[in-house]
Design a protein around this ligand. Structure first.
Ligand code: VAL
Length: 453
């Protein structure tokens, strides 16, 4: 207990403003920025996707992020409890349940992919990937994820680490590690992007990422892909930022924190793109080759760098660490909720919920091999889970936008967000009331084929 700031309500609180910022940044920056951003951008045409993604971040993501922090801080409760406290008996609580469900779903497959990063880290450490395997990196990756037992063991290890941190409590566990790891990952990403640009695919790679081919916008599914990725990457709609906001005291200034976190997250994704795409073209890989993209392209880069195995060790270690600080925020959503709901201890809740999520992740792992024929929404299990998160996150975000935009009185929203009477606060409310809900609805309509253009 001594490490915790206990307030009258008995809930934990961040030690400092910087602790909160780092934890929220740690939640946002993760595999989503590197692994998921690059493969989703690669599948959706590159530059036009990136511009759409940035527009969504500014007009929808940032306002909803601030709404989530405001809800959490004001209620001082978990994702579900927040709505029950602020609007008892009203249907807004659906957003809270959607958040807890999304945290479960996402962490289930996130643990699988993070397990792959651990495997790559250890393979670099022990020398297994110091030189290209005889049949190439693609076959190596395919063989590994297609096997039944090994990836599940790595997934288990990663989930055990996540549970370990969460059961120590938010502050002791979460705040410290981010201080060193995130800046180091940023520096390494920048060095690798510069290196990737020397590989001979620079022109094509940069054109793919920055010179839009607008024709891809005619494909309705690009909108849901960009919206889902924006929510995924910013940690929106999954209860994480409501939960983290609830450990804040009222001393902080939320709009500045929000702008900082969203910008950092976006810059990480763009730099990751600059690292990946030149190499993709230099190695003649198809940018739309799917979820294995970084696991195939990065080892190719390390192979070319003198001392590349050391860079490989550092990179996959830092990527796994970035994944860990995100996974922690996902597990914390469910743990905070179940602890309060059933009055369980933190330890018991973290072990039990973490165990359940691990089990739920196993079919995702197996869907890369023995379960490749079992489909769900016409997709293999893991892709089906990702698709579900693309739907659930914006749906939760829509409800949150409506709740803060219309469910609260104007003065209440402005006060909860620290905007007070400033004009920019009115603009924020305008985005929440009209722009975000309409845009999210249009994307859903496009997805189900009801918008024809
Ligand atoms: N936002 C994180 C990421 O981009 C997680 C929590 C999904 O990896």
């Amino acid at each position: 207990m001594s490490e915790r700031d206990l307030r009258p309500g008995g809930r934990e609180q961040w030690a400092s403003k910087i602790g909160f910022m780092l934890a929220a940044m740690g939640s946002a920056v993760g595999l989503g920025n590197i692994w998921r951003f690059s493969y989703v951008a690669g599948e959706n045409g590159g530059a036009a996707f990136l511009l759409l993604y940035i527009a969504i971040i500014i007009l929808i993501g940032v306002p909803i992020m601030l709404a989530e922090f405001s809800i959490g801080r004001k209620s001082q409760s978990d994702a579900v409890g927040s709505f029950q406290k602020l609007a008892p008996g009203k249907p807004w609580v659906t957003a809270g349940f959607l958040g807890v469900a999304s945290a479960f779903i996402i962490l289930s497959f996130y643990g699988v992919v993070a397990g792959w990063t651990l495997k790559y880290f250890v393979s670099y450490l022990t020398g297994g990937l110091w030189s290209e395997p005889a049949d190439g990196y693609e076959a190596f990756f395919g063989g590994f994820i297609g096997s039944s037992v090994e990836p599940v063991i790595w997934q288990f290890l990663f989930m055990a680490l996540t549970v370990g941190v969460v059961l120590m409590g938010i502050k002791k566990g979460i705040e410290k590690a981010n201080v060193i790891l995130m800046p180091t990952l940023a520096i390494l990403l920048i060095i690798m992007s510069v290196y990737s640009l020397t590989l001979g695919g620079a022109q094509e790679g940069l054109a793919f990422l920055f010179a839009p081919d607008w024709s891809v916008l005619a494909e309705p599914s690009i909108y849901l892909a960009a919206l889902g990725q924006a929510f995924f990457s910013l940690s929106l709609g999954m209860g994480a930022l409501i939960t983290y906001g609830s450990y804040l005291s009222s001393k902080e200034r939320l709009p500045g924190a929000t702008a900082g976190i969203a910008s950092l997250d976006t810059v990480f994704a763009i730099v990751a793109g600059v690292m990946i795409f030149p190499a993709v073209f230099a190695f003649g890989i198809d940018p739309s080759s799917g979820a294995g993209l970084v696991f195939i392209v990065l080892p190719g880069i390390f192979d070319q760098i003198t001392g590349g195995m050391l860079v490989g060790i550092a990179f996959f270690f830092l990527l796994a660490a970035a994944g860990l600080s995100s996974a922690i925020s996902l597990l914390e959503v469910a743990v905070a909720y179940f602890m309060r709901k059933f009055s369980w201890t933190r330890k018991k809740t973290a072990l039990f919920i973490g165990g359940l999520i691990f089990l739920l992740g196993i079919p995702s792992s197996l869907s890369m091999g023995v379960m490749a024929d079992v489909t769900f929404f016409g997709l293999v299990f893991m892709d089906g889970m990702e698709y579900l998160s693309d739907l659930f996150l914006p749906l939760g975000g829509l409800i949150i936008a409506l709740f803060v935009g219309w469910g609260w009185k104007k003065a209440e929203s402005l006060e909860a967000s620290d905007f007070g009477s400033s004009g920019i606060g009115a603009f924020w409310l305008f985005l929440l009331r009209f722009v975000a809900p309409v845009a999210i609805l249009l994307v859903f309509l496009a997805q189900i084929g009801l918008l024809d253009w």
